[in-house]
Design a protein around this ligand. Structure first.
Ligand SMILES: [Zn+2]
Ligand SMILES: [Zn+2]
Length: 393
């Protein structure tokens, strides 16, 4: 038996000193294995890519976990639900999403978390916060209402078949023009929003403050005065840093005019990102929203370093920051690709089958009933698990 103190020492970077010994933690985060200290914040990048899909990088999503037990998702872009699952967190704890704007690379996996979270054992409502728009149809509430309309077949088809309490979707829309006003305050956590400048009115950025620590998340924006004023000296400042015009021309094959417009006007280029961070001086600057490869990274770094020489992370998926008042460490997470969902922390209820909408006689009469096979399945399960579920008639 190895004493706990020795295990901790080894995990801090020991060496293998026996052929049957244990290799120490090589500075990797293994999800589900590290308790957060009461004063610690952990941030995980679960989507750092671009609006176009690729296996290596999902679209925008960042998870913030706090030592008080609270967890928050900021944006939920296409492909991020898969990354979220790799964190091994019960979905009951992943019930709060803050949306910066309604581009698909920032909300594309909302349904995957909302309905997929229920299938993965979440029994609590999913709560989302997001901005209004210049017109009703550009707001978060309108999006959420229509998302629910899109999935009405899905939702209704689950009633009476599984525990569907988690299908409740709570939408908190706030005025996108609010500047540094509180939109969430609970359990010592304060989240404020302010306008971002991106595509249309109705984009916002956020700050989260807790226990003397400040997290800032731009979502997408052109550099703007509100960000400069309200994120100064953040502990962790995540700001978009889009692929530079040169990368957009060489790799994405954009015409120069499109590359310059998208890369410097719709978004913030690496050179502009450097200026933004030079202005706000965070303890750690995090750049995301570019394809982070061997051939793009040198270009992005060179552009940023022309104007900013402070602490910098070029985010890729599964990058992890542990933030305390004393330290900020940056590591990569090692992922178990064979992940299954955790059980609900509150317990799943058996479905109330009387609530099923059911089939028409036309479809129902098409069933081919292997009665003996079904009888045996039910008998075997009841025997193995000590239950007494009857075969439906
Ligand atoms: Zn966008
Ligand atoms: Zn985006």
């Amino acid at each position: 038996m190895v004493p706990v103190a020795l295990i901790l020492l080894m995990s801090a970077g020991g060496k293998v000193d026996s052929p049957t010994g244990v290799a120490p933690d090589r500075n990797v985060y293994y999800p589900g294995t590290e308790e957060l200290a009461p004063d610690e914040m952990r941030v995980v990048a679960l989507g750092t890519g671009m609006p176009n899909a690729r296996p290596k990088q999902a679209a925008t999503c960042f998870l913030v976990e706090l030592g008080n037990g609270d967890k928050f998702l900021f944006d939920i872009g296409s492909g991020s639900a898969e990354r979220i699952s790799a964190m091994k967190i019960p979905y009951d704890y992943l019930d709060k999403v803050f949306i910066g704007h309604l581009h698909s690379d920032h909300i594309g996996d909302l349904a995957a978390l909302w309905i997929g979270g229920v299938v993965a054992n979440r029994v609590t409502p999913l709560k989302i916060w997001g901005p209004s728009g210049a017109e009703e149809k550009y707001g978060t509430k309108y999006m959420a209402e229509h998302l629910q309309k899109t999935y009405v077949w899905d939702v209704d088809g689950r009633i009476g078949n599984t525990d569907t309490r988690g299908l409740a979707l709570e939408v908190n829309e706030f005025d996108y023009k609010k500047v540094n006003e509180v939109i969430y305050q609970e359990n010592g956590v304060t989240i404020k929003s302010f306008p971002a400048i991106h595509a249309l009115d109705g984009s916002v950025s956020y700050t989260l403050e807790w226990n003397g620590l400040k997290f800032a998340f731009s979502s997408d924006t052109y550099p703007n005065k509100w960000w400069m004023e309200h994120t100064k000296n953040s502990d962790l400042a995540i700001h978009e840093c889009f692929a530079s015009p040169k990368i957009l021309i060489d790799k994405q094959k954009f015409p120069a005019q499109t590359a310059l417009n998208v890369g410097t006007q719709v978004h913030t280029s690496p050179a502009q990102f450097g200026k933004v961070m030079e202005d706000i001086q965070p303890r750690m600057a995090v750049a995301y929203h570019f394809f982070n490869d061997f051939d793009t990274q040198p270009i992005v770094i060179q552009d940023i370093r022309e104007t900013y020489d402070g602490p910098l992370s070029l985010a890729s998926d599964y990058m992890v920051w542990n933030v305390t008042k004393e330290n900020i460490t940056t590591r990569m997470a090692a992922i178990d690709e064979d992940i299954w969902p955790q059980p609900s922390v509150y317990g799943n209820r058996p479905p109330d089958q009387s609530k099923r909408i059911g089939f028409s006689k036309y479809v129902w009469d098409g069933r081919v009933n292997y009665t003996d096979v079904l009888k045996k399945i039910y008998e075997d399960i009841n025997k193995e698990y000590g239950t007494s579920v009857p075969v439906p008639q």
